[in-house]
Design a protein around this ligand. Sequence first.
Ligand SMILES: [Zn+2]
Length: 250
Amino acid sequence: MKKILDNNRKWVESKLAEDSDYFNKMAKGQKPRYLFIGCSDSRVPASAITGTEPGEMFVHRNIANLVVHSDMNLLAVVQYAVEVLEVEIIMVVGHYGCGGVAAAVSNKQYGLIDNWLTHIKDVVRLNETEFLRIRDKEQQLRRLVELNVIEQVRNLASTNIIQNARKGPNPPDLHGLVYDIHDGLLHDLEVQTDTLDEFMHIYSVEATNHAEKVAEGAREGKVAEQKEPETKPATKPRKDDEPSAMPKAS
Ligand SMILES: [Zn+2]
């Protein structure tokens, strides 16, 4: 641990040497443009490989960069990043040589993590024809890393957080990238909007308020319903027979 603390002191000194006001600026708050969803692998440091400084990128990492719809940790990060920080770009970043992806296809037991990795087995199932067509094991794993990223971007797009944001004026752009640990390069998989929208007839949720519904109707070429939204009275009248724990406003 001493090494870590020593490194920290040296880093503080180097930052202050560059800019004596550096930490005062940092303490004022953050307005990152990017959300990075990547693998926990120690060889994929989000800031270093993207050349971003502290304050520029909001980060969530887990094993094999999965976007799981019941993962409250991830959902909280995405919701905060999109609705409060208003990030402009969300990137799901996988990497070739991912141990999580390799473990998922190995059939070995590693413990609790096997259940997490089942999400990658699902990606194999969804792309089985293409996956089995690749004979070379190394190429098979590389392709699975890519397919996994594409699937996770799809998962991201189908969250109600992103669906709601896409109905608004400034939805974040979604990207799927793969980092190659052999040469340090990031590759954009260019996940198209078509790909994200392919299954939206299954995943779509209706707009949550009147303005969004009108915009949605206009986009879909429907005659938008012009009826004013029903505004709730400040104090909702209650039926006499309805039990109420709240004191009535006078
Ligand atoms: Zn990994």
